[in-house]
Design a protein. Structure first.
Length: 391
């Protein structure tokens, strides 16, 4: 194994950040071991990739140490009663980001911001103000570096260090998420992770949400609900509903023949930052298969549990009539869409029009994909939500 991904070395480096040594009781070493092995032996990282991935693991471990120290100093964090969560989940490229950020513009919702999911724990002497929060400047610099390395990313996903973003990076803090696979090709880690019970990851995720909620309240927040978003939740919807029994799920829909190649383009754009050997066909194969499996899981959960906890929205409706789509969400969760909320939402939409970003260009053949193959992989989903729906 590449020495920079040696677990003992990573943990020692993490302990030197703040001088802390107690990682707590939450399990992580087996998952970290599998991830580290894949990064060292499979990812074919370039020099930038090796440096960034090593530092990312150290930061996650240092965050774990820091979280555990905060829990010791403020045990009431663990007792925080989590606000009812709304999960937005659907295939990538189905309008989930737009819907999430639109709803998050309503101040009655808590939403994890990019810098919070990337760095969920502030420094130990944080005074509950943004003025002294190192995370913001660090997150801005990281986003700028990613866009400098690959400016095309902005045409695919609107990165904003201070904007609401996917909570998959909170799951990454437990090493139980598919986020590392978005940075590099990690087949052995992917195979191991796919066979695990993800309950420990979601339990730690819930703890981090409590911590963020506590931080937001300390900073003066008065939200009534959480609005969360990640396509990742499709893979583990049974665990989501077990850990968050009061969760309500908004599932967005769009033909995977349109979405999967767009996702492959996004993944390939990130892989090329950290590796000089990117197999575009492998990107397409890996991620189409992954989300075909994830969609099957959510459909099975819905069939078993019923649809009472789910609201279906279609991409075309969300794009053409975004305010009406948001109103459907509010009706679903029993919250009034106030005039002030409408104004906040409309202001956000005016400042975040899709045409303000570069166009995103890609083809199926770039990633070894065909319409026929995708139609077969997603046959049940397309028959249930796409082909038989007039949206």
């Amino acid at each position: 194994m590449d020495d920079i991904f040696n677990i003992d070395g990573l943990m020692h480096s993490a302990m030197s950040v703040d001088g802390l040594h107690d990682f707590g009781t939450w399990p992580f070493q087996e998952a970290l071991s599998n991830l580290s092995w894949s990064l060292a032996n499979e990812a074919e990282l370039n020099d930038v990739g090796r440096q960034v991935m090593q530092q990312r693991l150290i930061e996650i471990l240092a965050t774990r140490l820091r979280v555990n120290e905060w829990l010791k100093r403020y045990p009431e964090i663990s007792d925080e009663v989590l606000l009812p969560p709304v999960f937005i989940a659907g295939l990538p490229r189905t309008g989930t980001t737009m819907l999430h950020r639109t709803i998050a513009a309503d101040s009655r919702f808590n939403a994890p911001l990019w810098y919070e999911v990337r760095f969920p724990c502030p420094q130990l002497d944080w005074d509950f103000s943004n003025e002294r929060d190192w995370r913001i400047a660090t997150a801005k610099a990281e986003v700028d570096a990613m866009l400098s390395a690959n400016p095309d990313l902005l045409s695919i996903h609107p990165l904003d260090a201070l904007g609401a973003d996917e909570d998959i990076m909170l799951l990454e803090q437990s090493f139980f998420s598919y986020n590392p696979q978005a940075f590099a090709n990690l087949p052995a880690y992917d195979l191991w992770l796919s066979g695990q019970d993800h309950t420990p990851g979601y339990e730690y995720f819930r703890l981090l949400l409590k911590f963020l909620q506590w931080q937001k309240k300390k900073a003066g927040g008065t939200a009534e609900r959480w609005v969360l978003k990640a396509p990742h939740h499709l893979h583990f919807m049974d665990v989501v509903l077990k850990i968050f029994p009061d969760a309500m799920v908004v599932q967005s829909h769009r033909d995977p023949i349109d979405t999967i190649p767009s996702l492959a383009s996004l993944i390939a754009g990130v892989w090329t930052i950290y590796s000089d050997k990117v197999d575009m066909t492998e990107v397409g194969r890996q991620w189409s298969s992954k989300f075909a499996s994830g969609m099957k899981k959510t459909m099975e959960v819905r069939e078993t549990n019923g649809d009472d906890s789910f609201l279906d929205l279609w991409f075309t409706d969300t794009v053409k009539e975004p305010l009406e789509a948001v109103k459907r969400v509010y009706d679903f969760i029993g919250l009034s869409l106030t005039e002030n909320a409408k104004k906040e939402i409309e202001n956000w939409q005016e400042l975040n029009k899709r045409e303000l970003r570069p166009s995103h260009n890609y083809t199926l053949s770039q990633f070894g994909l065909t319409e026929e193959e995708l139609a077969t992989q997603f046959q049940d989903y397309r028959e249930t939500f796409i082909l038989n729906k007039t949206h």
